[in-house]
Design a protein around this ligand. Structure first.
Ligand code: SF4
Ligand code: SF4
Length: 438
């Protein structure tokens, strides 16, 4: 029996982008690109199969059942299928619509709702609370609590996914470092433009120092860098989890903050956030007030690699090491930024660049997928680490916080921690342009 009322069909067609669903010609070109299809061999774990299920739901031939729910959430949302699709089916948009429908029709257990409410509604949208969370993380790591928790075996009480990812969390910035953040970093040498830095939510908790390095890196490339007051989480995690209304509220706040800032461009260093920020105009499609404002906002967006690749290179010092690069899915498939990070890496003197086979295949991080779908995430990660290992690189570079955490976890799982590190591209580039300490 179909669970959705008949009078909701029009709403379903709109939310699930039925016109775009119909563009899928079932050719199957996307199947070899899909990590979950490759792992399972099942049509229901493929882009084509998922699109067919979405269509069947709108047509009233399939329930919005537990099975439909799990099939939609087994998808990584990596959008590799979009790159492979000759018909230009915007799969990322379709899966967000399908999940919005799942969240509307399926009631979650109270614990899941509490966690969702705590993280998505009460933490991520509030930069001050996120900074406090960062300071708590610093004290947990520095006070010896982290070591104690690991030695005492208490971590075994946590779900395996949390215990495994905890090992990958980097040293957090101290409260003093957070307080000392410069609101304005002037350009070095000839000034080329004024940009705002989008700092993100999780990025600013776990990789605060990478954000700081990004500001200084932009300055070394001739940009005045402004920290834009009033900015907040991009809303990507909310949109991927089917909570479009919350995502849109965050988008409005970011658009307003940008409009009052006077900067020429807005730069981010997180592939996942960047893809969402560049799609705000889709979120407000048909809204006479917000769509044009979102379009102006989108035009100002630049991934940090994308912008730096257009600017003259500053002087760099040699960093002799062997480096490989793992694409962020939402940077490569979502934003089509592929050659820029590679060229920037190759421009560092002393670096031996080696291309990672299937570098644009997802590492299994996918937002919070490595927590919610731990087993599948680790299967995908272990395959990825085998390829990373074969590059014999000293450094695996990424351009997104989730990928960076996942690669750090993968290095530990593969026992490579003595011979390899995972770094954010902004940290590595900044190391090359920074003046050596006297
Ligand atoms: S987004 Fe990724 S996991 Fe999902 S269907 Fe497309 S290729 Fe497969
Ligand atoms: S490649 Fe595109 S058109 Fe072909 S089955 Fe996949 S989504 Fe449909």
């Amino acid at each position: 029996m179909n669970t959705q009322p008949a009078n909701d069909i029009l709403q379903l067609m709109e939310t699930m982008h039925y016109d775009e669903i119909l563009n899928c010609m079932r050719c199957g070109f996307c199947l070899p690109a899909c990590p979950t299809y490759r792992e399972t061999g099942k049509e229901t774990a493929s882009p084509r199969g998922r699109i067919a299920m979405m269509k069947a739901v709108v047509n009233g031939q399939l329930d919005i059942s537990e099975k439909f729910d799990s099939d939609m959430y087994l998808c990584l949302g990596c959008r590799a299928c979009e790159t492979a699709c000759p018909a230009g089916v915007p799969y990322g948009k379709l899966i967000e619509g399908a999940r919005e429908v799942v969240e509307t029709y399926r009631k979650r257990p109270i614990f899941i709702r509490l966690v969702h409410n705590l993280t998505m509604q009460r933490l991520f949208p509030y930069p001050n609370r996120m900074q406090k969370l960062g300071s708590l993380l610093y004290f947990y790591q520095k006070s010896g609590l982290a070591t104690l928790a690991r030695k005492s075996g208490i971590m075994k009480l946590l779900p395996r996914s949390m215990a495994e990812m905890e090992k990958a969390v980097p040293q957090a910035a101290s409260p003093a470092e957070r307080k000392a953040r410069q609101r304005f970093v002037p350009a070095k040498g000839e000034k080329r433009m004024t940009v705002g830095l989008f700092t993100g939510c999780v990025m600013d908790v776990m990789f605060f120092n990478t954000n700081e390095a990004t500001a200084k890196l932009l300055s070394a490339f001739g940009c005045d860098v402004v920290y834009i007051e009033g900015q907040t989480c991009c809303g990507a995690l909310h949109a991927h989890a089917g909570d479009k209304e919350a995502a849109k509220q965050l988008a409005k706040q970011n658009i307003e903050a940008f409009e009052g800032s006077g900067v020429e461009g807005l730069v981010n260093n997180a592939g996942g956030c960047g893809a969402a920020l560049k799609e705000y105009h889709h979120w407000f499609q048909g809204d006479p007030e917000w769509e044009p404002r979102a379009r102006r906002f989108v035009e100002a967006q630049r991934d940090v690699n994308e912008l730096l690749a257009t600017l003259p290179l500053p002087k760099m010092r040699p960093l002799p090491c062997r480096v490989t690069y793992q694409d962020s899915c939402h940077l490569a498939h979502g934003q089509k930024v592929r050659w820029q990070p590679r060229e920037l890496l190759k421009s560092i003197p002393g670096i031996e660049y080696v291309e990672l086979p299937e570098a644009d295949r997802c590492c299994g991080s996918a937002g919070i997928y490595n927590i919610t779908n731990f087993d599948m995430s680790m299967r995908i990660l272990d395959g990825k680490m085998q390829q990373v290992k074969e590059t014999k690189a000293d450094l695996v570079v990424t351009s997104n916080p989730g990928c960076l955490l996942q690669m750090r976890a993968g290095i530990v799982r593969a026992g490579l921690q003595d011979r390899m590190r995972a770094v954010h591209i902004a940290d590595l580039l900044y190391e090359a342009v920074a003046e050596p300490a006297p």
